[in-house]
Design a protein around this ligand. Structure first.
Ligand code: PRP
Ligand code: GUN
Length: 179
């Protein structure tokens, strides 16, 4: 399939990860989670906004009973991290004693996940792991164990499949990188 470059705001982006490759990697993560959490009914915590598409496709591939809830906490306003991590908003149910799997679209500097995990641990879950569609190992600034990364990528700014550039591009089926 041909994927011409796309323009979003002031930038051009070229195809990076086509939809079939994304969906294949999501299937593999779902199979691992379905195996590892058999009998545990995991609670997925999808970190909005970016992870909604990953969360949706992952859930459809899970073959064991599982629950999902959506939380917010945002640290990015532009193409660079502000380094500020905010509180979890929207976590209504108790996670005490639950097997929690945080769902992220991307772990870049790791500030977001590093800020989120202690807040979750305070609530005494049985376990917490992280599943992310993308991880940028070169950019990680925290000692994080990301147990379920679907794909590792280089230090490129990417959009599509839930990921935005200043609000736009989330609807793209494929992932593009800035040119
Ligand atoms: O590892 P980090 O450097 O912290 O970057 C990763 C975070 O940045 C993005 O969120 P963003 O704050 O842009 O919010 P959004 O999901 O609503 O786009 C992404 O969804 C991750 O949560
Ligand atoms: N859209 C987008 N958001 C991010 N947040 C952290 N890294 C990225 C990235 O490469 N793309």
């Amino acid at each position: 399939m041909h994927h011409p470059p796309v323009t979003i705001h002031d930038k051009q982006f070229s195809i990076y990860l086509p939809e079939r490759k994304i969906l294949h990697s999501v299937e593999i993560v779902a199979a691992r989670l379905s195996h590892d959490y058999r009998g545990k009914t995991p609670l997925f915590l999808s970190v909005l906004n970016g992870s909604f598409m990953f969360a949706s496709d992952l859930m459809k591939e899970m073959s064991i009973p599982c629950e999902i809830s959506f939380v917010r906490l945002s640290s990015y306003t532009d193409m660079h991290s502000t380094g500020k991590v905010k509180e979890i908003i929207g976590l209504k149910e108790s996670i005490k004693g639950r097997h929690v799997v945080v769902l992220e679209d991307i772990v870049d500097t790791g500030h977001t996940v590093a800020g989120l995990l202690p807040q979750l641990h305070q609530q005494e879950p049985a376990s917490v792991e992280v599943a992310t569609l993308l991880v940028k190992p070169e950019c990680l600034q925290h000692d994080l164990q990301i147990k379920y990364p679907a794909m590792s990528i280089a230090n490129d700014f990417v959009v599509g499949y839930g990921l935005d550039y200043n609000g736009l591009g989330r609807n793209l089926r494929d992932i593009y990188k800035v040119m």
